[in-house]
Write a protein that binds this ligand. Structure first.
Ligand code: PGA
Length: 249
């Protein structure tokens, strides 16, 4: 089985000014100096450069929280993959449930964004997850499979292992309700099976869990066989808490 380097990502959402981002990185770096994991910080667009500049020579990678699928054009308010690459950003979160829910992000756009990110040299972190209603109706696997098939439709099979998948049950995001380690493992193993059926090198794909990850629950979630890391929202805003999560991986 290929080695999957654990990946712990901080999704700051619409939090932190440039000054606050700088303070966070300065506080975080000494706390994670010894880590062998991939540590990814996803700041708002405005703070990308500040984080990039401070992290050179460290284990920290920088990801944007969204991008447009075209390289350039008349798309007011949007940012493209080449623009992110120019800043030395290495990755991009795509299809977060907040973007799907509040900004109408559709599978059709994601089917173009994922290959556009890969083509530009960005590592896509594709988020998929079910609503509470879907889980209660026993539709979790159906939702995950549909999303993966739609969003990865245009990615060549031999490049799927370059995509990081984040399993993020919507009912667990920002609610303090974490999926149990068993629920999270079951969904992540299912995601790996779907990728395997597509002919991908599924054992090489990193699958993260996201949804109310905190220092108190991280170790147990991250010890599951098919969970290769975490996408952390609220608890990633504090350098001490986030460093504890990195350590528990
Ligand atoms: P949360 O957010 O950790 O605050 O639940 C996770 C996410 O939205 O990625």
């Amino acid at each position: 089985m290929p080695d999957r380097t654990p990946c712990i990502a901080a999704n700051w959402k619409m939090h932190k000014t440039v000054a606050e981002a700088g303070e966070f990185v300065d506080a975080l770096l000494p706390r994670i100096a010894a880590t062998q994991h991939d540590v990814v910080i996803c700041p708002p667009f405005t703070a990308l450069s500040a984080v990039v500049e401070r992290r050179y020579g460290t284990a920290v990678k920088v990801a944007a929280q969204n991008m447009h699928e075209e390289d350039s054009g008349a798309f007011t308010g949007e940012v493209s993959a080449p623009m992110l690459v120019e800043l030395d950003v290495e990755a991009v979160v795509l299809g977060h449930s907040e973007r799907r829910q509040y900004f109408g992000e559709a599978d059709e756009a994601l089917a173009r964004k994922v290959p556009a990110a890969l083509a530009a040299g960005l590592e896509p972190i594709l988020c998929v997850g079910e609503s509470e209603e879907a889980r209660d109706a026993g539709q979790t696997e159906g939702v995950l499979e549909r999303r993966l098939q739609a969003d990865l439709a245009e990615v060549e099979d031999d490049r799927i292992a370059e995509v990081v998948i984040a399993y993020e049950p919507i009912w667990a995001i920002g609610t303090g309700r974490t999926a149990t380690p068993e629920q999270a493992q079951e969904a992540c193993a299912f995601i790996r099976d779907v990728l395997r059926e597509r002919g991908a090198a599924a054992d090489a794909v990193r699958i993260l869990y996201g949804g109310s990850v905190k220092p108190a629950n991280a170790a147990e979630l991250l010890s599951q066989a098919d969970i290769d890391g975490a996408l952390v929202g609220g608890a990633s805003l504090d350098p001490e808490e986030f460093a504890q999560i990195v350590e528990s991986a």
